[in-house]
Design a protein around this ligand. Structure first.
Ligand code: CA
Length: 538
C-alpha cells in the first residue's frame, strides 16, 4: 500500500469515527429533547411537603435485643433504640413495630410474665416513655407486640392456676378434664397438651406458653385493661397482635373475629386513630373476615413470596393481578382496611438469603414493595441486606452498624453466623455510597412519602405486558401513576402507546433509562434492574 493510500485510509477512518460519534450524540440529545422528561427533582418533594398519613406509613420492625446497646452489656435496649431514631427518621420511617418488650424468661419474649412492665434487659418504663417522646417528636409512631393468646408458664397467673384447682386463675387457662383427648395434635402436627397428672394444660405453640381461656370474661376484660394502659397511660399508637387467629381453637375460629371486634371497639374509644395489625398467617379468603370491624390490618404473607419469587426468577408471576383481586375482596368486607405488606419478618428467612446475596434482586424487591399499595413493613437490617436462615436466632442477628464493631454500641446478644467479618453489610459502609442498598431503600421510601397515589392509591393492572416487566397503575383522586419495573438484567424497550396520555416523567431509579417520543408514540427504554414512573392523564 502506497503512502498516499495509507493517508487516505487514515483520514477516512478518522472522518467516519467523528461522523458516527457526532450523529450518536445528536441522536442522544434529540431523544432527550423529544422526551417527556423534566426530571430535576426525581419525583421526590422536599421533606416539608410530605403529608402525615397515619396509619398509611412505612413501618420498621425492630428486635430490641439485636438493635443497639446503650450501656455496654452487649444487649440491645430501649435507650439504644432512642439513639438510632435519627437514623430511622433519615431513612424515612414513620412507624416502628417493636417485638415484645414485656418481661419474659425467653430471648424472644413472646412468652410474657408481666403485661404492664418493660423487660429489665431492655431498660425501664421511664426509658420507654422517653423513647416514645423522642419518636413522636420526629413524627414516628410506635406500635408494640401484644401477645394475648398465651402467657409464659412462669406468669404468676399460671403459677396460681397450677398451685390450686380452686384458684380463680384456674379458669383463665385451658386444663384437661376427663373427656379431653390428650393425643390431640396442632396444625403443624405438634403436641398441644402438656403438664402432668391433674395439671394437663393446652398450649398451642409450646409447653412454656399455656393458652389463655378467652371464654372467661375476666380474661377478655384483663386484655382490654392491658391495651388501655399502653395506649392511655404510656402513649403507644397501636399494637401488632401476635397469633391473632389462634385465640380460639380452629373448630370455633369465628369467635376470634368477635373477640377482635370487641377489642377494636374498646381500643378506639381510648384512642381514635389506634392501629391494630394482626398476624393472621393464612389465605386471603380466611383473612378477609378479620377486616370486618375486627382489625385495621393484617399481614399479607402471600404477597411476600410473590415479590421474592418474581425478582428471583426475573419474571412477573402475577403479583399485580393477585393484589388487585385480593384488595377488591377485602374491600367487600371493610371500607378502611389497610393491607400490611412486607418482604420478610422475624419468622422468615431473610430476603437477602432467599435471593442468594444478589443486590440487584434485593433492590428490585424493595422497589416493588415500596410502590405497591398497603403499609410496607421493613424488617431491621433488610435495608442493608443482612442475611439469615432459620433457626429463628439466625434471622435475628445483631444489627450491623459498624465496619469494626468492637467497642461500639453494636449488640453482641448472640454470635452472628451470617452477618460477620469484613464482608458483612454495615450501615457505616453503605450510608455514603450512593449505589448502596441502604440508599436505594431511602430513595424509594422518600419517593413514596411524597406521592399520595403511592401512599393511598388503589392498584390497577396495566394492559401493557412484556416479559420481565412488572407494570401497574396507582390511582388516587385525580392522580394516576404508571409504575414500570424492569426486573431483568437486560435493557428493555416498551411501547406505551399515544403520547397524549402521559404528561410527566416522574421518577427514574437509573439515570440511563429514557422515555422517548416516536411519532407521537411513547416508548420507554429501561436499564437493567430499574424502575420508571410516569404520571398518566385521566
Ligand atoms: Ca444494653
Amino acid at each position: 500500500m502506497s503512502v498516499r493510500y495509507k493517508v487516505f485510509w487514515a483520514i477516512s477512518i478518522i472522518f467516519s469515527v467523528v461522523v458516527i460519534g457526532l450523529s450518536t450524540l445528536i441522536l442522544w440529545v434529540g431523544m432527550n429533547n423529544q422526551g417527556l422528561i423534566s426530571n430535576d427533582t426525581n419525583g421526590i418533594k422536599p421533606q416539608e411537603e410530605w403529608s402525615n398519613n397515619w396509619p398509611n406509613v412505612v413501618f420498621y420492625e425492630v428486635f430490641v435485643r439485636a438493635y443497639n446497646d446503650s450501656d455496654g452489656d452487649g444487649i440491645g435496649d430501649i435507650n439504644g433504640l432512642t439513639e438510632k431514631l435519627d437514623y430511622l427518621q433519615e431513612l424515612g420511617i414513620e412507624g416502628i413495630w417493636l417485638m415484645p418488650i414485656n418481661p419474659s424468661p425467653s430471648y424472644h419474649q413472646y412468652d410474657v410474665t408481666d403485661y404492664y412492665g418493660i423487660d429489665s434487659d431492655y431498660g425501664t418504663m421511664e426509658d420507654f416513655k422517653h423513647f416514645l417522646e423522642e419518636a413522636h417528636d420526629r413524627n414516628i409512631k410506635v406500635i408494640i407486640d401484644l401477645v394475648v393468646n398465651h402467657t409464659s408458664s412462669e406468669h404468676p397467673w399460671f403459677q396460681a392456676a397450677l398451685a390450686s384447682k380452686d384458684d380463680p386463675k384456674r379458669d383463665w387457662y385451658i386444663f384437661a378434664d376427663k373427656d379431653t383427648k390428650l393425643t390431640e395434635r396442632g396444625e403443624w402436627g405438634q403436641q398441644v397438651w402438656h403438664g402432668y397428672r391433674d395439671n394437663k394444660y393446652y398450649g398451642l405453640f409450646w409447653e412454656g406458653m399455656p393458652d389463655l381461656n378467652f371464654d372467661n370474661p375476666e380474661v377478655r376484660a384483663e386484655m382490654i385493661n392491658i391495651g388501655t394502659y399502653w395506649l392511655n397511660e404510656i402513649g403507644v399508637d397501636g399494637f401488632r397482635l401476635d397469633a391473632a387467629k389462634h385465640i380460639y381453637k380452629d373448630k370455633e375460629k369465628e369467635k376470634n373475629i368477635v373477640w377482635w371486634q370487641e377489642f377494636r371497639q374498646t381500643m378506639q374509644q381510648v384512642k381514635e386513630d389506634v392501629f391494630l395489625v394482626g398476624e393472621v398467617w393464612t389465605s386471603a379468603a380466611e383473612i378477609a373476615p378479620y377486616m370486618n370491624d375486627g382489625l385495621n390490618s393484617t399481614f399479607n404473607f402471600d404477597l411476600s413470596s410473590k415479590i421474592i419469587t418474581s425478582v428471583k426468577d426475573e419474571q412477573d408471576n402475577g403479583l399485580g393481578t393477585f393484589l388487585t383481586r385480593t384488595r377488591k375482596y377485602y374491600a367487600t368486607m371493610s371500607k378502611d382496611y389497610v393491607d400490611s405488606i412486607m418482604l420478610t419478618n422475624h419468622d422468615m428467612d431473610r430476603v437477602m438469603s432467599q435471593l442468594q446475596g444478589d443486590v440487584n434482586h434485593a433492590k428490585m424487591a424493595a422497589s416493588l414493595l415500596l410502590t405497591l399499595p398497603g403499609n410496607p413493613f421493613i424488617y431491621y437490617g433488610e435495608e442493608i441486606g443482612m442475611q439469615g436462615i432459620k433457626p429463628d436466632e439466625y434471622i435475628r442477628e445483631p444489627m450491623r452498624w459498624y465496619i469494626k464493631p468492637e467497642g461500639t454500641s453494636q449488640t453482641t446478644w448472640e454470635r452472628s453466623r451470617y452477618n460477620r467479618g469484613a464482608n458483612a453489610p454495615t450501615v457505616e459502609a453503605q450510608i455514603d455510597d450512593v449505589d448502596s442498598l441502604y440508599n436505594h431503600y431511602k430513595k424509594l421510601i422518600h419517593l413514596r412519602r411524597s406521592q399520595p397515589a403511592l401512599i393511598l392509591g388503589e392498584i390497577e393492572q396495566s394492559k401493557i405486558k412484556a416479559p420481565g416487566i412488572v407494570i401497574f397503575e396507582r390511582i388516587y383522586e385525580h392522580q394516576s401513576l404508571l409504575v414500570i419495573h424492569n426486573i431483568t438484567g437486560e435493557i428493555r424497550n416498551l411501547s406505551l402507546g399515544e403520547e397524549s396520555q402521559y404528561n410527566q416523567f416522574l421518577f427514574s431509579s437509573d439515570s440511563s433509562s429514557q422515555v422517548i417520543n416516536k411519532e407521537n408514540q411513547v416508548e420507554v427504554i429501561l436499564s437493567p434492574y430499574s424502575s420508571v414512573i410516569l404520571t398518566v392523564e385521566k
